[in-house]
Design a protein around this ligand. Sequence first.
Ligand code: ASP
Ligand code: MG
Length: 462
Amino acid sequence: MKFGGTCLGTEDTLSKVSKVVKSETEQKIVVVSAASGVTNSIKEFVSKQRHEKEIDDFIATQKMRHLDMLPKKDGQKRKEAIEQIDAKLTKFERLLYGVTYTEELTPRTNDLILSFGERLSAVVVAARLGHDGIDAVPMETDALGMITNEQHGNAVAILDKCEKNMGTSLLATLKRGMTPVVTGFFGITESGHVTTVGRSGTDYTAAVVAYSTEAKPVEIWKEVDGFMSADPKLVKDAFLLERLSYEEAAELAYFGAQVLHPRAVHPARIKGIDIVIKNLFKPESPGTVIGKSRHVRKDVIKSVSYMPNVATLKVYDTGAGYKSGFLADITESLHKANINIFSATTSQTCAAVLIDEADIPSARKAIKAIIGSVGENFEVNPGVALICTVGEGFGETKGVAARVFNAVAQKSVNVDLISAGASMVAYHFTVERRDLKNAIVAIHDEFYGKHLHESTSDGPVS
Ligand code: ASP
Ligand code: MG
């Protein structure tokens, strides 16, 4: 049972967490994010050179933030939790002093510092559960041996090692009748350095924990009902999808649906473990179940997601189409500049890649440096949005893509880059950002009809 930052906001949301955990009668492992806003505040704090006084104030604020969430009633549990929080904060403070004195923040130290949000929240959540009669223990993923590779800031779990270390200790803890409260977001390299798995990565930790212990299912508790047929902010008729395949969920998550960390699907899929999205503020809602079963709707498309802030980078060369390594040279130079590529297409004269709009300055710099030897000239177009349409059966059903593009064309929206075929369940393409809403509404109307239905399971069948 994974609880995200928005579930860990106040004493009130924590009591909801506790209720949900209590009502689960089977053995369970709890995995927690940092309390709401904490990772951001740590990140912001270390983004500047700080004075000692600022560190003291920052630590005091963190202390208050976490003590405020503890059960008010004095007693042994509260006392123990305060001692644990103080011990974490002492270490945290020393680290921050270290950064100030050395005036240096390496990716390795940065990861260690960022891990403190989860170390603190695990203590708080365990104390809260303890107060409500659940025998809970905070457990940290570095001590548990959640082994990852060395990629600081975006580390990947080495699953067989996690299973061997973390799986064994967690199962032993369960056997003693206790409920582990595990820190999300970070693991440890084999050489003993803390790594983080990427922002919002606790979903991924939860899936790795499930893989390691064969816990079924993984529940992701958050502040929304689950995956929707479209963003309800853009499409008023959007509704909850009760079932998705792993592949559908991974594509939607990767291309903008902020419901699940895209990497969480991988460990779960290997062991056929269902992932269930649940709303802490509406626990009676069925949520979305993500699993192996593949359901093809008659109208195929189940959901439309989007990334509002992308840019296209186009590199031109008269010989692009037959120069081997042309695209590789471009992606290599972007990779070296730490720029993620969402998608790539090529033609006889051009290679086009999609990047995050925030990466434009560094992408320009990287490509400028190779122009002349790779490519004759290039351009970057900001103001682009990426739309992704998803549904099992897309790859083998005739006419679906035509319906998508027709619906968009009817609104006089121009489509630029299209990528199809890389996934059997998804198509994505770009439009100008100002056309985003129109295009999404048009697609949703085309595949679900304008006036919806009461059913929530899959939308209307025809
Ligand atoms: N606390 C981390 C973050 O804010 C991880 C998570 O919330 O899942 O990114
Ligand atoms: Mg978070």
